[in-house]
Structures are given as structure tokens and as C-alpha cells.
Design a protein around this ligand. Structure first.
Ligand SMILES: Nc1ncnc2c1ncn2[C@@H]1O[C@H](COP(=O)(O)OP(=O)(O)O)[C@@H](O)[C@H]1O
Ligand SMILES: Cc1ncc(COP(=O)(O)OP(=O)(O)O)c(N)n1
Length: 263
């Protein structure tokens, strides 16, 4: 069984963050391990408070995990501030370069709460991006990180090329926020892929970014090439979106248990 580590924030409603990551990894047949960076008070409608975990405690969690586990893949989500980013970057530099590392550069929640402090963005680009096999911004994140306004797929490509300058191996820009069909793209400087798909719903669904990056980490850890790993991730997303449901009174959440076992 593959050991997949998620380094991310805690969302008690289970729609996003570490709980969504662990559901994704488990439903694909992986063994999920987690290191918590922040605790949010959040439900399926909104975030009301955020408390960070101290960088020392993040470091202690990481040390406890590496002393025990071989890690086949690492997904990174909410990091909250520059000290936590630096702690995670220092940890990644101690790993074998063959371990896939996928960063979902989470900036804001759907409801508009900042999940990363503004002043931490430059540190994330300079110190974390070079440690990553792939970064997976959505459209608003790709705009903020690249400074390029995105209206269409050509703009997505420009933003991806701009972000490649910070040396992640791949930039995957997700197109769920496009006006039309949700086309994702993947770029590494030499290869360039489009992943088209149908818009399956207009409903707001929680945790799509967390789930996408966790599934991608799992498939890369299985040894798939990026093109195949993203195709399978998109197929996972489509099944989980079709069966999404509304467990509380706010947004829908993804359904991870739709005969998905086995990856
Ligand atoms: N309504 C939808 N129908 C089908 N696929 C979608 C839909 N919304 C998002 N996706 C897909 O889900 C994944 C997550 O995309 P996106 O919503 O852009 O990310 P985020 O959750 O980070 O905002 C992408 O593969 C995207 O193409
Ligand atoms: C703890 C925590 N982490 C990440 C998010 C954002 O999740 P994401 O899947 O990127 O997007 P939405 O759920 O906001 O659509 C979060 N809300 N909480």
C-alpha cells in the first residue's frame, strides 16, 4: 500500500482540508498520513476562525512521521504563514528527489477567507515551488500568483509559463472557474497538455482543490506519468462531483465513495 502524506489545514466539516485529503487517499486504496498546519472553525458555509499550529509543532509532526514511514507521495495544502512554509520547505529538502510533491497553493476559501497571509506568497514562490513536482492553482490562484488576468485557455497557458519561472517541475492550472467547459492544462516547459471535460454542475462544491491535489499525488506515487496521472485525477473528480451531496445547510461536498476503490 502507498503511504501518502498530506500537510494541510483542518476543516471540521470534512468538506476540505485534511479530512477531504484522507478520504481521497483512502478511497483510492492508499494509506493516508497527515500533518496539521492550522485549525479552522469552518462549516459548509463559512470560516469563522483560524488558529495556526506553531512551526515547531509542525516540524515535530514531520519528524515523527519520517522516523516511522517511507513516504511515497506528499500533498501540501493550507500553510497559513511564512514560518510554516519555511518549516515545510526545510523538511522537503531532506527528502529523496524522486518523491512526488504536489502543492495546492491555497490562498482563499470559497467564502473569501484568506488561508495564506499576503506576505507569505513571495516565500511560497521562492522557497516552496522549487521543491514541487507539481503546483495546482485554480484560476483565481493562478491570477494572483502570476499577475496575469485569465479569461481563457490562452491566458491559462501564459500564467502557467510565468509560474514555471519559479521552478516547480509542472504547473497544472485547473479550469473549474472558466466560463465554459472546465478545461485543465499541464505544462513543464517541454510538454504541454489540455484536459477537457464537461461542466457537470453549476453548484458550488467544497474541497475540489484539496481532492484534486490528493488524487494527483496518489497517481504520481503509483508511478504514472503526469499526463496519465492528471487524466485519472480528472476522472476521479468527475465521479465525485456527479455524486456530490449536501450534508449540512451550506455547500455541497464531494462524494468519495462512489465505487472508486482501487484507483
Ligand atoms: N462543475 C464542474 N464540472 C466538472 N468538472 C469540474 C467542475 N468544477 C471543477 N471541475 C474540475 O475539478 C477540478 C478542480 O478544479 P477547480 O474547481 O478549478 O479547483 P479549486 O477547487 O481549487 O477551485 C478540475 O479538474 C476541474 O476541471
Ligand atoms: C483547511 C482548509 N484547507 C483548504 C480549504 C480550501 O479548499 P479548496 O478545496 O481549495 O476549496 P474550497 O473548499 O474553498 O472550494 C479550506 N476551505 N479549508
Amino acid at each position: 500500500m502507498l503511504n501518502i502524506l498530506t500537510i494541510a489545514g483542518f476543516d471540521p466539516s470534512g468538506g476540505a482540508g485534511i479530512i477531504a485529503d484522507l478520504k481521497t487517499i483512502s478511497s483510492l486504496g492508499g494509506y493516508g498520513i497527515s500533518v496539521v498546519t492550522a485549525i479552522t472553525a469552518q462549516n459548509t458555509s463559512r470560516i469563522t476562525a483560524i488558529e495556526k499550529v506553531s512551526p515547531l509543532m509542525v516540524q515535530k509532526q514531520l519528524e515523527a512521521i519520517v522516523q516511522d514511514f517511507h513516504l511515497d507521495g506528499i500533498k501540501i495544502g493550507m500553510l497559513y504563514d511564512r514560518e510554516i512554509i519555511k518549516t515545510v520547505a526545510a523538511f522537503l529538502q531532506t527528502l529523496k528527489s524522486s518523491t512526488p510533491v504536489v502543492l495546492d497553493p491555497v490562498l482563499l476559501s470559497t467564502s473569501g477567507s484568506p488561508l495564506l497571509k499576503e506576505e507569505a506568497i513571495a516565500v511560497m514562490k521562492a522557497e516552496l515551488f522549487p521543491c514541487c513536482t507539481a503546483i495546482t492553482p485554480n484560476l483565481p490562484e493562478a491570477e494572483s500568483l502570476s499577475g496575469i488576468t485569465i479569461k481563457n485557455i490562452a491566458d491559462m497557458e501564459k500564467a502557467a509559463l510565468e509560474l514555471l519561472k519559479y521552478h516547480p517541475r509542472w504547473v497544472i492550472v485547473k479550469g473549474g472557474h472558466l466560463e465554459g467547459e472546465p478545461v485543465d492544462i499541464a505544462v513543464n516547459g517541454k510538454e504541454f497538455y489540455h484536459f477537457s471535460g464537461q461542466r457537470l454542475t453549476r453548484k458550488e462544491i467544497r474541497g475540489t482543490g484539496c481532492t484534486f491535489s490528493s488524487a494527483l499525488t496518489f497517481y504520481l506515487a503509483r508511478g504514472l506519468a503526469m499526463k496519465e496521472a492528471v487524466s485519472r485525477t480528472k476522472a476521479y473528480m468527475e465521479k465525485a462531483i456527479i455524486k456530490s451531496f449536501r450534508p449540512g445547510q451550506g455547500h455541497h461536498v464531494l462524494n468519495h465513495f462512489t465505487s472508486l476503490a482501487g484507483g
